[in-house]
Design a protein around this ligand. Sequence first.
Ligand code: PLP
Length: 384
Amino acid sequence: MRTVYLDNNATTQVAPEVTDAMLPFFRDLWGNPSSMHYFGGQVARHVEAAREQVAALLGADPSEIVFTSCGTESDNAAIRGAAEAAGRNVRIITSRVEHPAVLGPCRHLKEQGCDVVEIGVDADGQLNLEELRKALGAGPAVVSLMWANNETGVIFPMETIARMAKEAGGILHTDAVQAVGKIPIDLRGISVDMLSLSGHKLHAPKGIGALFIRRKTKVLPWMLGGHQERGRRAGTENVPYIVGLGRACELAAANIQEKITRVAALRDKLEAGILAACPDTRVNGDRKNRLPNTTNVSFQYIEGEAILYHLSDIGVAASSGSACTSGSLEPSRVIRAMGVPFTAAHGSIRFSLSRYNTEEEIAFVIEHMPAIVNRLRALSPFVK
Ligand code: PLP
């Protein structure tokens, strides 16, 4: 059975060019970049070349890029490192729709006695800027707000957020794990202090990420030991993966507008096809400010998990907004924060595309969706 992979916000296929770039660093160039001798030392320049490739995708200086193991590490390092550097009474401002990689460290800091404010979103999943303004008005804070939401693809107005945070004297971190590589980002024009990204969301392997730290930002090192990564993140560099991340960033940057146009057209076709073929469906999230690859569709009166199961049966990989917790099917926290009605929240499905998807794959999903939905609705206690 062939796979139609529409779960690219969960993880992506490693680009063949990325694998090719990595292989020499397993086979031949396996030295330690910190070594004094030529064999190890020659590897260091490949690490620095990768740093330049990551920086170029973000409009950053290479000295502002720290390699990490994943997006979660970058988020934890930024939030905990900035909070620790700012001192005991620091306030944290975040949102109700962040990824657990951000909410986890924020809630940990709350247990340690920090004042943590979670800003709400409107029915479109857009950040409540008035709430943010009020929270910022209470004094300097560490602010962590995502660039784009993993479940709905909704893009927060980062330029406005950065301006507001700066005016209030705050430090701004953004979890851009879903945004990097999918939309153009230029940190020369936006005063974000720290930004997290993750390799496996942009066609590099799992186990590599990066944290952008703008020069002069106060953040404590989070891995103590050697002098690697300017003393911020000690530990011998994961050279093959760093090289892979660099190549993935270079590929993402190439013709980014063309890729956005093509992926958005496929996403729009999928969305329109599903809405036309299946009654009682709705799109969740701000359709004007969304990642080009993501659509979150609610199928009223049926469970997302049941739809996924039937899709999986025909080789289609997507994701539900729900998480099965302690035996009860809880609708997604993000969808609930948007106030989506109960009967729609339970049946929300996220389709997330990549540059590798084809017209034919999208047509296949549109063709098979109505039968799956009709079959499940025939069994639903909510349909009269
Ligand atoms: N932040 C967001 C918005 C994500 O979507 C994810 C992964 O799904 C993460 C952070 C965590 O990234 P990683 O899997 O690299 O730890």
